[in-house]
Design a binder for this molecule. Sequence first.
Ligand code: IVH
Length: 686
Amino acid sequence: MASYTKADYRSLIAKIIQHDREYYQQDNPSITDEEYDGLRRELLQIEATHPDWVTPESPSQTVGSTPSDAFQKVSHEVPMLSLGNAFSTDDMDDFTQRIRRYLGLSSDTPIPCMAEPKIDGLSFSATYENGKLMRAATRGDGRVGEDITANLRHIADIPQHVSESRLPAHFEIRGEVYMEKKAFEALNARHASEGLKIFANPRNAAAGSLRQLHASVTAQRPLRAWVYGWGAWDGSLLESQQAMLSLLADAGFPINISNQLCEKSEDRETYYDALMQKRSSLPYDIDGIVFKVNALDWQERLGFVARAPRWAIARKFPAEQVTTLLEAIDIQVGRTGALTPVARLNPVSVGGVVVSNATLHNEDEIHRKDIRIGDTVVIQRAGDVIPQVVSVDIALRPSTAVPFQFPERCPVCHSHAIRAGDEAVRRCTGGLQCPAQAVERLKHFVSRQALDIDGLGDKQVEAFYHEGLIRQPQDIFTLAQRDAESLTPLRNREGWGSQSVRKLYDAIEAKRAIPLDRLVYALGIRHIGIETARLLALHYHSFSLLRSQIMAAADRTDAAYSEALSIDGIGPAALDSLTGFFTEPHNQDVLDALMEQVSIQDMKKNTQGSDHLFSGKTLVFTGTLVEMTRDEAKARAQQLGAKVSGSVSAKTNYVIAGADAGSKLKKARDLGVTVLTEEEWLEQAR
Ligand code: IVH
């Protein structure tokens, strides 16, 4: 095993916590489940070699993630825990051996276990009083979850009333809310056509749909649920997991029909193989099997270690792979001209989701794996909807298949496509002359963080571009007038009516005054993200100064060059791309034409005494911020003229509460100090 330093260990912890937050709170993970499991395994390995390093904050000692402040909190009467993972038959044998040792049983005593599909959704708990559903919560950090009572009431699988006489007056069931694969695809298709959020996989769709502040949104989402256990139970339990599940089924709770009792280890293996086979034909995603010791007296004796029971384990499945024919390789052109190869596949079902495209990343990747059109390829869907091409089955390669020639010209505008320096990406040099880049740039120009024009989503931008109605940013602002003079006005077209057209024009009109940072970001210059755009705007504060200074910086001997490089976050690559953009004649024409239509609002240098909301105010940051470090937040607050303090008092004006906020947040609430979420803070601090 690689040797680790304590610093490696700490940074691994930070990484896992960040991924937990993306997964549990933001319903938006950035790595696959397999990658995540890999990080977890690495953590356990380090902890096994360095038990003295383990801290209570380690993800091995905690469960899930802090509940969001947006929801009411619910304390779980019985903690909601997590499960250890097994990846092989050996791991399963270790699991049963541990149990035997713990219970003092001989090494050949069978350990009968319930086998249950591990549903890939999000867990919930629901409390019943005298047969009535009273309260429901998410798992949260295992001790405290989020109140989702109103939301859960919209899931028809969960009974509002139960009248089974063997149930106690007060009890709690636990289970998983999920979305079926078909419903997930339909929801995404609807969202795509309406320009709404696209979910990466059914699990995120389920989590995003359940964790809604307005239960009416949940009501419109096709959520389902399975029940697999219980929490508080004011009465005596039956003798086994199996008996309890069948009692809950009799009471009307949804209990998975694939659950099965496995008496011996061979039965567990058979169940595993059979469920693997069945996996892709199930209507919902599962990511493994949960094996639970069947006898409840054994469960009781075995108890828990840190975050997981000793009596249960999750046997994980490998990522699903299938083979199919690679029919073609298409090249897509993005906003910055990047040529991205996409595999067009003979449609095939992976994990029940029909897949006809897969990403090929870039040209080096194609050569490294020697992927050729006509090849039979292995594809894998690893947590996400966008599958990857894993490898090629050379034995099935037709003799006619030739190595793939990556185009050296843009497939859309035929300009040269070149690779700069050691970049893996080949880019079209056509700039805005290239229709593909132009459309992507227009989409970016009106996107949420840029101009944010309602009613002008990707679909509309594409249609307007292809009809020639909007070719360049400035055209957006002359659309209404041209339309008024048109013989085929928009309101008469399919999909449009007088009202929606009016709304669109109002939305455009409202964006004629553009804050400088939004404009700089909207231009879609490579390397200039939202934060860099803000820093540029803060530095130059007017568009005319920014433009002339960046033009001047094209000459590296000019003072403007070193001045620009002195701006935080602007390095040589970003500056090259800025000067490249502003000195390009075509871009200059676009900017001049745009300036005739809009006015750019100066960015105030935020010093004490300015009229910013936070100016002269005392701010306290608490908890973990996701978008920026504590130091960055502090610097930003000071730029805005605020004082940053470490403790909350009656003099505190605002408390900005990140994740895991604790006593300071409580104190702020007690003192009636205004509490902002990180998002609200960012909104105000831009
Ligand atoms: S039992 C203490 N059973 O897996 C027992 N969990 O990694 C903990 N899950 O939070 C849970 N299907 O969200 C259990 N049949 C099943 C499950 C299941 C899915 C999820 C659940 C839990 C996570 C644990």
